[in-house]
Write a protein that binds this ligand. Structure first.
Ligand SMILES: Cc1cc2nc3c(=O)[nH]c(=O)nc-3n(C[C@H](O)[C@H](O)[C@H](O)COP(=O)(O)O)c2cc1C
Length: 175
């Protein structure tokens, strides 16, 4: 039976890998639904139609209007990656003005198996809220892949991190 994975991405450079990540997840048997923050959707504006065709589902970055039907099947698992400093803190604090953060917040209450791989630099990671946000998410049952066994942050500066270990994130979600 096909299992449904909600792949939620915020606006950090690894989001540009998302088509390959979707193909890898599909090869592992997942039916993928792609959700983006509004900023990530803006970054991928030219690719949104192709990504919808690739997944076979609408790419979502906004809440539906009241009365509109749900267009995604229910999730069997959720992967929030790359997750920005901003999205991690919003998720942990329950600030759900963005669609994907709302989906991720609800997933905690629903008990949906959830993995996140934050992507931020060491300067932002040193902000006192960040460690608290990771602790809140871990306590809520999220498999947080940051540091050893996940994304290793580098110093502030370059536009893109040297590498983002997507296979670790997909392995974690399959486990
Ligand atoms: C080129 C570029 C690279 C960025 N890389 C990161 C990053 O790796 N991690 C991060 O937390 N924010 C990064 N940002 C900042 C986020 O895009 C910004 O905070 C944005 O508001 C995040 O919104 P979102 O969490 O709703 O996607 C980057 C911004 C730019 C323009």
């Amino acid at each position: 039976m096909t299992r449904t994975l909600y792949l939620l991405c915020s606006a950090a450079p690894p989001v540009f890998d998302v088509a390959h990540v979707i193909e890898d997840a599909q090869a592992r048997g997942w039916d993928v639904c792609l959700g983006l923050t509004p900023t990530a959707a803006h970054w991928l504006a030219g690719s949104l139609d192709g990504l919808a065709a690739l997944t076979g589902h609408p790419v979502r970055w906004q809440y539906k209007l009241p009365g509109e039907p749900d267009v995604w099947p229910p999730a069997d698992a959720l992967l929030f990656a790359p997750a920005t400093f901003n999205s991690i803190n919003a998720w942990a604090l329950g600030l759900t003005d963005r669609f994907v953060v709302g989906v991720a917040a609800e997933a905690l209450g629903k008990g949906t198996p959830t993995v996140t791989m934050p992507c931020t630099n060491t300067a932002l990671a040193a902000h006192p809220q960040f460690e608290q946000s990771l602790a809140i998410l871990r306590t809520a049952g999220v498999d947080v892949r940051f540091g050893e066994g996940g994304f290793i942050p580098g110093p502030a500066g370059p536009d893109a991190p040297a590498s983002f270990p997507w296979p670790i994130a997909l392995d974690a979600v399959s486990a």
